[in-house]
Design a protein. Sequence first.
Length: 329
Amino acid sequence: MNTLHRFAYMLTLALSSATTLAQGNAVIGLITKTDSNPFFVKMKEGARAEARKLDVRLLTAAGTQDGDTASQIAAIERMTKGGVKTLLIASNGDAILPAVKWAQGQGVQVIALDSPFTGADALFATDNYRAGILIGQYTRAAMGNKPLRIVTLDLFPGHPVGAQRHNGFLKGLGLPAPDATSTELGRDPAIRCMADSFGDAEKGKVAMQRCLQTAPDVNVLYTINEPAAQGAYQALQRAGKEKDVLIVSVDGGCAGVAEVAAGRIAATSQQYPLRMAAKGVAAGAEFMKTGRRSTGYFDTGVNLITAQPVTGIDSKDIATGTQLCWGKK
């Protein structure tokens, strides 16, 4: 092979490799709320599996805790400058919005996972309002005509997921409630105490201890998620009241389903983070291939899981909840 032919051959190989690189290394960034919550661990697992399947490159980052927007903003800026074409973000709060808008100005598609935020091109998430409605309906049916004395352990002020679950719960109970677009928490005389748990077991325990001081006769406890419920249960147990309170929650992680099976949580609304992430990665790959951005809301599903079904309320059993749960079984 002479020099000219050798150069042409090498150029062909280089062009072929560049084409493969462009097709196989579409860069997608996943930014979750934390790296410690099993929900987001499963979300990352789902994203990685779909990225391998579609032969795309995935970068990941996370906040240090719920509400940590500074780490998320830094990740948005770092990934965008690094060439990411799609960002999948489980938002910690509206402080990220200027960074999101800037990234979109650089041509990046931004998809919200789990938590809606203004300006996202699309949302792949649980219908959190419906998740709240399901446990509210269950509570109303399970409690019958008993007067409700409710404690709510919420997320933190202003977060749409926290508001949607809380307000959906009130709606399911048949109490006045803001609609699904509101970020304000509904209030009713039946609610004897409201406190923020940040979705954390220890904070949930402390919040429940405080609520027991103002609502010692509580008979219904709603929690933003199962870690908060687990912490609250410890506080109730210490006060000798764990058998007096019906606890309902949202998430459906494997540890949470085990709590339902043990009777510590009466029912939970199960969501599916792996599905959210897989659909998000697929949308990112499609954007790279066709240039078409995803738009609108994609419901990733929710089911009520309980070991104690009640008449008239559709639910799934523990076996189904365990089969579909996330985190360690």
